[in-house]
Design a protein around this ligand. Structure first.
Ligand code: GUN
Length: 294
């Protein structure tokens, strides 16, 4: 299908680029990116994500350190580890895998990470820098979505009308800031929006990030629009479980000029952008020019 956006292939390509850049920067500056990932508890999905982050970091030539902490780790212990990593010059990126066990205070934990090492881009300083158009580290899923869009539509997205369905802090809102920084006209639709369908029908770009299976219908998509589906929902269909996005793919694909499938669209971009951010973080912390500046 020619209008399919192959996120898996794009992510693989991006990881290859990061690998090459890592080798070049190490040769020139005698320094290589270091990524620390902290996992607290036994959540099975988180264990898979963390293993993949570790595997791809090593593949790119990074120093990779994974801290697997028991479920009963205290807030004080976790903050002490973050403090230690904040002060470790060989670690440029720190990621605390979410969700954390309920007894831990997520906001305090995330805010304890040095913003220049916050490769998730969740720290208020990073959110603020993005919103004033001077980003340090950009949240991975919105960044990956933008890279996929620019690959298909070209770098210049000026004047395009983007409708984002969903207003989360980790996808919807940073996606709005990113597209605005690229001179798009941006509308955010959410659960209280009166007529999401007609807003979407006006859009050159639709980004769906609400976590509701197949919420965005095929006839909401204007002919020739680009569709980015951030949703990953597990549903039961014909007695089997399968993954679907927030967009009714089978219908939307008939109208869209470009569309991401689920799985294999935005998903693989998240880890690739985490690696990209780790390289950016190393550059920021060492006054090295970032080869991947947007
Ligand atoms: N859990 C699921 N996705 C993510 C992510 O992007 N970052 C972190 N830190 N935890 C997650």
């Amino acid at each position: 299908m020619s209008n399919l956006i192959d996120g898996k292939a794009f992510a693989q390509n991006l990881r290859q680029t990061i690998t090459t850049q890592t080798a070049e920067l190490e040769k020139k500056h005698h320094i290589r990116p270091g990524l620390a990932v902290i996992l607290v508890g036994e959540d099975p999905a988180s264990q898979v994500y963390v293993r993949n982050k570790e595997k791809f970091a090593i593949e790119c030539g990074f120093k990779s350190e994974t801290f697997r902490l028991s479920t009963d780790t205290t807030q004080v212990e976790l903050l002490a580890l973050i403090d230690q990593l904040n002060n470790d010059a060989t670690i440029h990126g720190i990621l605390v895998q979410l969700p954390l066990p309920k007894h831990l205070h997520e906001e305090e934990v995330l805010n304890a990470i040095n913003p220049l090492k916050d490769v998730d881009g969740f720290h208020p300083v990073n959110i603020g820098q993005l919103s004033i158009g001077k980003p340090y580290l950009i949240p991975c899923t919105p960044l990956g979505s933008l890279l996929l869009l620019q690959d298909k539509l070209g770098k210049d997205l000026s004047g395009k009308h983007a409708v984002i369905v969903g207003r989360s802090n980790i996808v919807g809102k940073p996606m709005m800031q990113l597209l605005l920084s690229q001179n798009c006209t941006v509308t955010i639709a959410h659960s209280r929006t009166k007529d999401v369908a007609s807003l979407c029908r006006e859009a050159d770009i639709v980004v769906a990030a609400v976590g509701v299976p197949k919420l965005v219908k095929g006839d909401w998509i204007k002919k020739g629009a680009a569709v980015i589906d951030v949703g990953i929902n597990r549903i039961e269909e014909d007695g089997k479980t399968r993954l679907v996005g927030d967009v009714d793919f089978d219908e939307a694909v008939k109208n869209a000029a470009y569309i991401t499938p689920v799985p294999g669209g935005v998903g693989p971009m998240t880890i690739a952008c985490l690696l990209r951010n780790t390289l950016t973080a190393m550059c920021l912390q060492n006054n090295i020019e970032d080869p991947n500046k947007l």
